[in-house]
Design a protein around this ligand. Structure first.
Ligand code: UDP
Length: 248
């Protein structure tokens, strides 16, 4: 009997730069990138279209550099270029694993990546290629969480998947507080009011304004991504509240 069709046809996956560093404090870890490829493999095989935004925190972040006295906008451009380096590294790891992929950048770096053109991105996705969206939003003063929301909306993703170090959103840091409990579901305003730090506030507000559901999960949990696209409730879902859904 043929496998059941996935419930979700197009996703936007957000990985932090740290996800490419494995446990290292800086740089790349090849096994970590190969593990990303193995998590994507069954999802692509099921026919799900995958857009991916990768952060830059394993290489450079603008905010701490600005706190050290650097010009904020310049520091942010360096951070955006870090995301381009990450996208190139991950692209190579995916292709080596036999998964077709393309890098599209919001910043012009035409020697190494295509410019972001929405119609072309959609064409790549339709051909089963993972599209790695590099360069964040292309603007300083934003983060790649916001870029992930923008790209998810841009490509019409049904779900934004944000991978974190723990398996969802907790009411306290589960590393420091072993009794912390995980939320199954939250609405956007709860995330903002409780300062849950799932994503930066700009990203949460953007998701709220457009009713974009966001699932927070741990990519290191093997098979979690595949279970999510089959419709399983893995991690924590951030979505419109029941009252919003009823059109109040
Ligand atoms: N950045 C930016 N504009 C964007 C996205 C990212 O200026 O639209 C810069 C910002 O300096 C940020 C850095 O790129 O600190 C790396 O991105 P981020 O901190 O989101 O990476 P992550 O924490 O996900 O690894």
């Amino acid at each position: 009997m043929a496998a059941a069709a996935p419930k979700i046809q197009r996703i936007l996956l957000k990985l932090s730069g740290e996800a490419l560093a494995g446990g290292k404090p800086y740089g790349f870890d090849r096994p970590a990138m190969q593990a990303v490829a193995e998590e994507l493999r069954p999802v692509l095989a099921a026919g799900v279209q995958v857009g991916l935004v990768v952060g830059g925190g394993n290489l450079f972040r603008g905010l701490p550099a600005a706190a050290d006295g650097a010009d904020r906008a310049t520091a942010d451009y360096i951070g955006m270029l870090a995301t381009v380096m990450n996208a190139l590294a991950l692209h190579e790891a995916l292709e080596t694993a036999g998964l077709p992929a393309r890098v599209m950048s919001a910043l012009a770096v035409t020697g190494v990546a295509e410019p972001f053109i929405r119609a072309k991105a959609l064409a790549h996705l339709a051909k089963g290629r993972v599209v790695l969206f590099a360069g964040g939003t292309g603007n300083p003063y934003f983060t790649t969480d916001t870029a992930a929301c923008v790209r998810a909306l841009d490509i019409g993703a049904q779900l934004l998947l944000k991978s974190t170090k723990v398996d969802g959103v907790y009411d306290a840091d589960p590393v420091l507080h072993p009794t912390a409990s995980r939320y199954e579901q939250l609405d956007y305003d709860e995330v903002l009011q409780r300062h849950l730090g799932v994503m930066d506030a700009t990203a949460v507000v953007l998701a709220r304004e457009h009713g974009l559901p966001v699932r927070v999960f741990d990519m290191h949990s093997r098979g979690a991504l595949a279970r999510i696209v089959r419709g399983e409730a893995v991690g924590t879902l951030m979505s419109p509240s029941a009252s919003d859904r009823s059109g109040r």
